[in-house]
Design a protein around this ligand. Structure first.
Ligand SMILES: [Zn+2]
Ligand SMILES: [Zn+2]
Length: 411
């Protein structure tokens, strides 16, 4: 199909469905569900897919959906959206703010879900008209934030037979109407570390007769990140940042235990492999100096998302066709973790950053904050990009080489 023709079809489709999609997103936003508890969300998506004549399969746990559009012998292109929310309080003053205390779509997964739903509805129309030269696998993935949902999808055959996979994420630093792309690594490894310290405890009047646990824990909190920065190649950008710390109950009592939890993020795979042993050794030496016991639980998270160059090119071409010339902007590797990485360990694909900031206001609502929100025009933009990408990837994968290409290949 010619670019202009596809664009016209998307214009007509969105003129009819954009408001409906915005309403769908707002409904999800008002009813956020945490990782592996996305039952209502799954139900809402399934209802809409069935109404469009598709046959969704709900994953065995009851959250998350896999659904194929089109059939036949052509290639299979997967499009993935994540559907879970975060355990955060919604702090927005919007009519569609979360109705669930302590739960909020602060990472934009309601937006990703809505974009994939809109794309599904459009592709279902294309398939019904016999215009789909292959198969598109829709993956509505649960539990990205846990993370682990990608592994759940893969364990149930979600990407078997898939040639390429594409996904996108809201980016509040990019203006609506633009798409941020990068070949190679685009997100980082992200692991979780939990440190527990213990000692005999005692009176704060006599720290020398016991082990001053709070002081030692404070040393651990500051010394570990500092020492790491001198022991690991700075180009790997390994960072240990604490998110929770707890010890003690009274001003005049040295407690007998304490805990600190944080994340280890890293741009580089080699440093990622070295990190757990190094952190453990540093912990033991700092804790030992103050006479306290220390243990570490290190949980491997996700590897970095590493974008395939050809797939990035397809996404870029599709975005230029769908959004217009100049819509593609370059983006840098972030220290965020994203479990889309697991798919790319097995098959080629690309992950893009969808602009969600209003250029009119210029305000950046950061993700993982209770105030996060988007310029809702991004929904239609996302549908344009995803639908065009799927069709571009299908046509490019099935394209018969022109005669002169064959001749030059043989020469
Ligand atoms: Zn997130
Ligand atoms: Zn996210």
């Amino acid at each position: 199909m010619q670019g202009r023709e596809l664009r016209g079809e998307l214009d007509a489709f969105l003129a009819e469905t954009e408001q409906d999609l915005v309403a769908f997103r707002r409904d999800l936003h008002m009813h956020p569900e945490l990782a592996f508890a996305e039952y209502r969300t799954t139900q809402r998506i399934a209802e809409r897919l069935v109404a469009a004549g598709l046959t969704p399969t709900v994953l065995p746990r009851g959250t998350g959906i896999i659904c194929d559009v089109g059939s036949g012998d052509g290639p299979t292109i997967a499009l993935r959206a994540d559907i879970d929310a975060l355990p955060l309080q919604d702090e927005k003053d919007a009519p569609y703010r979360s109705t669930v205390p302590g739960s909020c779509h602060a990472c934009g997964h309601d937006v990703h879900t809505t974009i994939l739903l809109g794309t599904s509805l459009f592709l279902a129309q294309q398939a019904a008209a016999g215009l789909l030269p292959g198969r598109v696998r829709l993956i509505f993935q649960p539990a990205e934030e846990l993370p682990g949902g990608a592994l759940e999808v893969m364990a149930h055959g979600g990407i078997s037979g898939v040639d390429r996979i594409f996904g996108l994420h809201c980016d509040p630093r990019v203006d609506v109407g633009q798409l941020g792309l990068k070949s190679g690594p685009i997100t980082s490894a992200c692991d979780k570390v939990v440190i527990r310290v213990s000692g005999p405890g005692g009176h704060t009047a006599r720290p020398h007769l016991t082990a001053d646990l709070v002081f030692a824990l404070a040393k651990v909190l500051t010394e570990l990140p500092a020492a790491l920065s001198r022991r690991i190649d700075p180009r790997s950008s390994l960072s240990l940042v604490w998110g929770r710390v707890e010890a003690g109950t009274a001003a005049n009592a040295i407690p007998d235990d304490g805990v600190a939890e944080g994340t280890v993020r890293c741009l580089d795979e080699e440093a990622w492999h070295a990190a757990p042993d190094l952190i453990k050794a540093l912990l033991e030496s700092v804790a030992g100096a103050y006479g306290i016991e220390a243990t570490m639980d290190y949980t491997r998270g996700v590897p970095p998302v590493v974008n395939d160059e050809d797939c990035v090119q397809m996404l870029g071409e599709a975005a230029e066709r769908a959004l217009g010339a100049g819509a593609v902007v370059s983006t840098s590797q972030s220290l965020g973790g994203e479990d889309f990485a697991w798919y790319l360990e097995s098959i080629p694909g690309a992950f893009a950053r969808l602009g969600t900031r209003s250029p009119e206001t210029g305000v950046t609502y950061d993700i993982h904050q209770g105030t996060f929100d988007i310029d809702e025009r991004a929904i239609a933009m996302g549908v344009r990009v995803m639908a065009t990408t799927a069709l571009t990837a299908l046509f490019e994968s099935t394209r018969v080489p022109a005669a002169d290409e064959i001749t030059s290949a043989l020469a």
